[in-house]
Design a protein. Structure first.
Length: 922
RNA sequence: GCGCGCUUAGCUCAGCGGUAGAGCAUCACCUUGACAUGGUGGGGGUCAGUGGUUCGAUCCCACUAGCGCGCACCA
């Protein structure tokens, strides 16, 4: 084995072998465990958030596979309607072309080409990240087979009266020229104005003043509303005002919606351009006067002077004209929330258009119940409340999009505009008796991307066919996703799953946090702080990184700043850390926090960990190869028994971590055991046996066996998080360790119960460790090199101490770097010494000019101070009669014992202080 | 406006009703035959604030402050 772990060559080789060997396919044996991947969008490449999520899913999959589950991790990608269409359109624009020039068919063809590119990059990334998905089942949401399923769902929902078409007020994006669902609207608070406008009264003198933030919509006003109890306006209800600039009269209506305290207490009502006004209009039978075109210019319903004006130009002109007529009472600054499209960032316009909707309440009710009844559980549970809140006030879902990239809506129209929903044009003709002479035209619109996503857990498994996969893997075991798409996706999958499968789509929803950069900033192209996971795995030069981060910026003026920040953070580019280091780092981020800060320092930490493990394995193999390693007749030392016991502890922690989806705890348990127990202690302890001429062959065999056996189990426990290094080392140890199988992937995950805790070895080893630590501390604090052998005397050594000393002397000598200690007789006076305490025994290191008495006195004083503080706290606690009465007896006993120990310790430290002082002075 | 989350060492974060933890950073010592991507030791925290429950609160409850995030029709 090489001296340093170099992942690059190993990882590619191993993954290719796994895949070619079919190790990712479900075993077909055992209980089912299944996860469907949240399909990444084919808009580009995977980002750090994907790497994080994939690490979690892969770890869960590998863990369950090893635990004997029939494990399926279903892969796939999403066509991501708007997002992908925008990416390709931007590419076209950069090349001086436009979508309109190309036409629908050619454009869609172009997007398919892009899909191949993006999908290929994504697949490559996932392979490089070690994802054990069943590639045989790879699916794209817009595959023809998937379209059939989407159509099937649409038609069935329509048959059940749960999909309808109608002219409704929707969120309209005038830039993308499509309708959006409520979820795709981001409300941003902006500084605007509140204009107080005068609407002259009809058949009376004077004005009614209305307050509005959107004066340009006044040309679509259908009424003015006041509160029914508002004394100021009560007498005007039922009368009329004249709409300025347009020659129309508007009724004055009363509605409790109006807040008399806001503005003037009079509201202009524009039912075709405001959601509230729409509702109010319905109540009062007001006409819908739509005054805007699809690109948000004024249409022909307005007076000629304003026709064709863009909405913002129209605002200026209308305000100028009103002002000229003296109809602006006043203008006050006003904060308002402006709706913008989440993709385009364009200001949206409520617009009356023909759209398709899902009648959602009947679907929502069972989905709410499923969570209430615990058939689906959110982890962490706190997200349940967020889910309920949204589900209880859910509104009909606008599913039609005026885009080209997506699932065409399975509806056909005849020349008279009659609409036929069917699985195909042929079916429409057959069912409705329309012969070939009648022309039918399919609906131009496509479906919201999330419509097909909602079907993902069953569409990927073969629905509507009753496939074996569907039977076996539905409901899936757990959905792993971010909180940002609980509404978009989780809730909708629940509704559709219950509707079409009559069961929940997943039993658990594990909601993880979102990956941010080292400063807590969201990672985005425009901020220039994104890192391609593969650039951490394989490394990247500064130059290449700079180019990657600044190419194709939407805001080119950001370039200089991005370059500066990048040079500062990565002066040498990024080193190649390997997949396992990245995965371990990501696993450790999987705490319950919402914001997870990604930091290169943490990757480095786990790169070092991999190297540590690699070298520990080198040590083990170096000492195992060519030796008899069989446990039969071997002698197992304290250290051997201890490390196995600690291994059991680690395995318990790992089990608990997986059970709670706390991969950070899994990673920590592995890290701490591997580094701080196996390497720091056990490997060092083993040297005391293996490199000793006095140790018996049986003892050496016991140690060699334990080394290889512990390593082999550790590798299996590590495999879900660090698949590559564990496989690579395992291949080298498996023969020596007597392990079965070709790949670590298909071995059994070690269970905590198979490795017993050794209740005797642990405290005994504790004594050895405390002895070593005591001496090391003296050495450390006195700047004595560790390898400098010291003379050591023991005072007050009891029978237990002497017993341990005799048995474990070889450990102490080696790890503490001492000569064999000599126990002092009861009356024997020690020379001037530094002291470490171990129970009631004193470990004495003669100073002999090595140690300054003054330094030792300082050290003693420090210990004494700490012990005295602890003691006084404990005395207060135990002095409280209520404590003894109410606290559990074991706690009281423990504190009682600790009190005694502290008193002994203080006595010893005081006595030693006096001794050193006296000897120093003499 | 309603709701949720966070506040623990210089930094990033675990933790927990019963003596405060890790990694990084920092300081000192160490080229020891697995590893300098290393070893050993040290320093560093009134666990945001106030009040309550409790024998005992960093942990549970209430309130306050700061930060962050959802949801929301006030024109």
């Amino acid at each position: 084995m090489d001296k340093a772990y170099s992942p690059a060559e190993i990882e590619a080789r191993i993954y290719a072998w796994w895949e070619a060997s079919g190790f990712f396919a479900p075993s077909g044996r055992g209980p089912a465990f299944s996860i469907v991947i949240p399909p990444p969008n084919v808009t580009g490449t995977l980002h750090m958030g994907h790497a994080f999520q994939d690490t979690i899913m892969d770890a869960l999959s590998r863990f369950h596979r090893m635990r004997g589950f029939d494990t399926l991790w279903q892969p796939g990608t999403d066509h991501a309607g708007i997002a992908t269409q925008m990416v390709v359109e931007r590419q076209l624009n950069a090349a001086g072309q436009s979508r309109a020039e190309l036409g629908r068919e050619a454009f869609v063809e172009r997007v398919w080409q892009w899909k191949e590119t993006s999908g290929g990059m994504i697949a490559k990334q996932m392979r490089r990240l070690g994802a054990s998905v069943d590639w045989q089942r790879d699916v794209f949401t817009l595959d023809p087979a998937m379209s059939l399923k989407v159509t099937e769902v649409f038609v069935r929902l329509h048959e059940d009266g749960l999909i309808y078409r109608g002219k409704r007020l929707v969120n309209w994006d005038p830039v993308l020229k499509t309708a959006l669902s409520d979820l795709e609207v981001v409300a941003e608070e902006e500084q605007g104005s509140l204009w107080h406008l005068r609407y002259p009264l009809v058949e009376a003198s004077g004005y009614l003043v209305v307050a509005t933030t959107r004066p340009e919509t006044m040309l679509g006003d259908a009424a003015v509303a006041v509160h029914p109890d508002d004394e100021r306006y009560r007498h005007l209800i039922g009368r009329k005002v004249r709409l300025p600039l347009a020659d129309r009269e508007l009724p004055i209506v009363a509605d409790a919606y109006v807040d008399p305290a806001f503005g003037s207490g009079c509201v202009k009502i524009t039912p075709a351009h405001d959601f509230n006004d729409y509702e109010l209009g319905q109540r009062h039978n007001l006409p819908l006067i739509s005054i805007m075109t699809l690109d948000a210019a004024l249409n022909d319903s307005v007076p000629p002077a304003y026709r064709g004006l863009d909405r913002f130009a129209a605002r200026e002109k209308i305000l100028a004209d009103l002002d000229a007529r003296g109809l602006i009472e006043r203008i006050e600054p006003h904060k308002l929330t402006v709706p913008r499209g989440d993709r385009s960032n364009a200001i949206l316009e409520p617009l009356l258009t023909d759209q398709w909707f899902v009648d959602i309440k009947p679907l929502a009710a069972p989905a709410i119940r499923a969570v209430q009844e615990g058939r689906v559980r959110f982890v962490p549970e706190t997200w349940t409340g967020v889910y309920y809140d949204w589900m209880h006030k859910i509104r009909d879902w606008c599913i039609s999009r005026q885009l080209w990239w997506g699932h065409r809506i399975p509806a056909w129209y005849d020349a008279d505009g009659r609409c036929y929903v069917a699985r195909s044009e042929a079916e429409a003709r057959r069912v409705h008796g329309i012969d070939a002479s009648v022309a039918l035209r399919q609906d131009e619109d496509v479906l919201d991307t999330w419509f097909s996503s909602a079907l993902w857990p069953f569409s990927t498994l073969g629905w509507p066919e009753k496939t074996a996969a569907l039977r076996t893997y539905y409901p899936t075991s757990v959905l792993v996703t971010g909180f940002d798409i609980i509404f978009f996706w989780v809730a909708r999958m629940l509704m559709m799953g219950l509707k079409f499968m009559d069961d929940v789509p997943f039993r658990k929803v594990y909601i993880h946090g979102l990956i941010r950069d080292q400063d807590g900033q969201k990672m985005s192209k425009s901020k220039g702080n994104v890192i391609d996971p593969l650039d951490i795995v394989d490394g990247i030069s500064l130059q290449a990184l700079l180019e990657k981060r600044t190419a194709g910026l939407m805001q080119p003026q950001m370039k200089a700043g991005i370059e500066r920040a990048t040079r500062k953070q990565f002066p040498q580019g990024i080193a190649a850390y390997g997949t396992d280091a990245l995965r371990l780092c990501l696993a450790r981020l999987a705490t319950q926090s919402r914001d997870l800060r990604f930091d290169m320092a943490k990757v480095e930490e786990y790169r070092n960990f991999c190297n540590k493990l690699w070298n520990a394995a080198r040590f083990v193999l170096m000492n195992a190869e060519g030796h008899d390693l069989s446990p039969a007749g071997a002698e197992f030392s304290l250290a051997d028994r201890w490390i196995r016991s600690r291994l059991a502890g680690m395995l318990s922690r790992i089990d608990a971590g997986f059970a709670e989806y706390r991969l950070d705890m899994v990673a920590n348990a592995l890290y701490e055991f591997t580094w701080h127990e196996f390497c720091d202690w056990y490997v060092e302890l083993s040297k005391a046996v293996l490199q000793s001429d006095e140790a018996s062959a049986q003892a050496k065999r016991g140690t060699r066996h334990t080394l290889i056996n512990t390593l082999e189990i550790l590798l299996r426990a590590l495999h879900p998080l660090a698949p590559f290094i564990s496989e690579e080392i395992w291949q080298r140890v498996r023969v020596n360790a007597g392990a079965q199988g070709d790949t670590i992937m298909r071995t059994d995950f070690p269970s905590a119960s198979s490795v017993p805790v050794d209740a005797q070895a642990e405290p005994e080893m504790r004594w050895v460790m405390d002895f070593v630590l005591g001496v090391r501390q003296i050495k450390g604090e006195m700047d004595i090199p560790l390898n400098r052998k010291l003379e050591v005397l023991l005072q007050n050594a009891g029978p237990r101490d002497l017993g341990y000393l005799g048995r474990h002397l070889h450990y102490l000598v080696r790890l503490a770097g001492i000569e064999p200690p000599r126990a002092l007789a009861a009356a024997e006076v020690a020379p001037i010494c530094a002291v470490a305490l171990l129970g009631s025994m004193e470990i004495l290191v003669p100073m002999k000019g090595l140690i300054e008495p003054a330094a030792e006195l300082e050290r003693l004083a420090k210990r004494l101070r700490k012990a005295e503080i602890d003691l006084s706290k404990l005395e207060t606690k135990l002095g409280n009669s209520q404590f003894a009465k109410n606290a559990p007896p074991d706690i009281v006993a423990k504190d009682q014992q600790r009190l005694e120990e502290l008193r002994t310790e203080i006595g010893q430290l005081s006595a030693q202080t006096a001794r050193v002082r006296k000897l120093k002075d003499s």
